[in-house]
Design a protein around this ligand. Structure first.
Ligand code: AMP
Length: 395
């Protein structure tokens, strides 16, 4: 894996693909600068070595050059975070980009206008990628959030830097963390898979069955399994057409010696509402008119035991409807168990969509070994796919 350490950036112009797709308020102020902070180590290192930096990113989903999606809005914030005055080019290709890039001195940073103002970016256009490539000496990909897209700036561009391309620190860390879970993991390995549907997680489940010792299944997915096994699930969420698949997964798990842990009890509610009446029921005996919206106390006790015995933990998907306070406990408790296991030396990785939102919301983020920055990209890696943005650097 070629990283920043393998390249000497002195007097080199580094063209870095970052993911600065940050949320803005109605006055175009950055409301969450996590992604900018996340790119700082890479930028700092290149500047400290005597290089210059050109930042390229997308922002939102513009249809052509729409002012509200201009990266100009985040120049000030980026300057503050880097402690360097960031210059801005009003286009990412053409004369404006070229002259700004030519004028850049070692130690300086230039931000290009939104890549997606040109439809060629998402189309993965080679001529567009070549124009971008002409701005720098070295290509660095530090955008995990878009690594699963074969766009011009994330993948196609790499071919113009056959020897001068590498992963940024953030992307390298993402790959390394995932490898710690799926490749060089310390056993026992436990995957916790929650969320709403079996259908959206099926490829992940199938891929990781070969790599884990325990699989905890929770969230809305639970009920497709329980119904398939003959349980009464009341009005709980269920994908009837996935019942056969659920049984197949359980069979495969057995054959591969993977222990599957499903909830044994749930917090059931008489409506999908935070004001609903609730009661604890056996997961196989949920009355009609009631639905399971969180893992119950006995389930949590079981999950705790499994988690505390684990040396490697992967968590994807909440255990309940954590967005509503009465059904958040399972997800919070699970986070606490993983925290406990991590303190005892386990490696814990949280990734792929809603579980990241949950750990942030409950202040658990600093307690996990690693929290991934890319929802879709992480899910695709868990599915065992090769991400084009990663493959392009490894080629
Ligand atoms: P996913 O995007 O597949 O990870 O699903 C996350 C969503 O699953 C969250 O919005 C949760 O509210 C939802 N969820 C978790 N548990 C349940 C449940 N028991 N019933 C319905 N939805 C659930």
């Amino acid at each position: 894996m070629k990283t920043l350490n393998d390249i000497n950036f002195k007097n080199k112009q580094a063209l870095i693909r970052v993911d600065f797709n940050v949320p803005l308020d109605e006055h175009f102020n950055v409301t969450d600068d996590t992604r900018i902070e996340a790119a700082k180590p890479t930028i700092d290192k290149i500047l400290a070595e005597g290089g210059s930096v050109i930042l390229m990113s997308h922002l939102g989903r513009p249809k052509g050059a729409e002012g509200k999606y201009s990266l100009r809005h985040i120049v000030k914030k980026t300057s503050e975070i880097l402690g360097v005055e960031v210059k801005f080019a009003e286009d990412c290709i053409g004369d404006k980009a070229k002259s700004a890039a030519d004028a850049l001195q070692p130690g300086e940073v230039l931000m290009l206008e939104n890549l997606r103002f040109h439809k060629e970016e998402e189309a993965g256009d080679t001529a567009f990628a070549k124009e971008l490539a002409s701005l720098g000496d070295v290509y660095v990909n530090d955008a995990f959030g878009t690594a699963h897209r074969a766009h011009a700036s994330t993948t196609i561009i790499a071919q113009f830097f056959p020897n001068d391309k590498c992963f940024g620190a953030l992307l390298a860390k993402e790959i390394e963390s995932l490898n710690k879970v799926l490749k060089d993991s310390e056993k026992p390995v436990t995957a916790v898979l929650g969320g709403s549907k079996v259908s959206s997680k099926i490829t992940v489940i199938e891929n990781i069955l070969d790599k884990v010792d325990h699989m905890i299944i929770g969230g809305g997915m639970t009920f497709t399994f329980i119904k398939a096994m003959g349980g009464k699930i009341g009005n709980s969420i269920c994908e009837d057409d996935k019942q056969a698949l659920a049984l197949e997964i359980l069979e495969k798990a057995k054959a591969k010696n993977v222990q599957v842990h499903l909830p044994v009890d749930v917090v059931a509610a008489d409506a999908f509402s935070k004001d609903a009446n609730t009661k604890i029921t056996d997961v196989r005996e949920i009355p009609d008119g009631w639905q399971g919206l969180d893992a119950g106390p006995k389930s949590l006790e079981n999950f705790r035991k499994v988690i505390l015995e684990s040396k490697t933990i992967l968590w994807n998907g909440p255990l309940g409807v954590f967005e509503m306070e009465p059904f958040a406990k399972g997800t919070i408790e699970l986070g606490n168990y993983i925290d406990e296991a991590t303190q005892k030396g386990a490696f814990s990785l949280v990734g792929g969509g809603d579980s990241v939102a949950a750990v942030k919301q409950f202040g658990l983020e600093p307690k996990m070994s690693y929290v991934s920055t890319g929802g879709g990209a992480m899910l695709e890696m868990l599915e065992g796919k090769t991400l084009p943005g990663i493959a392009a650097i490894q080629d």
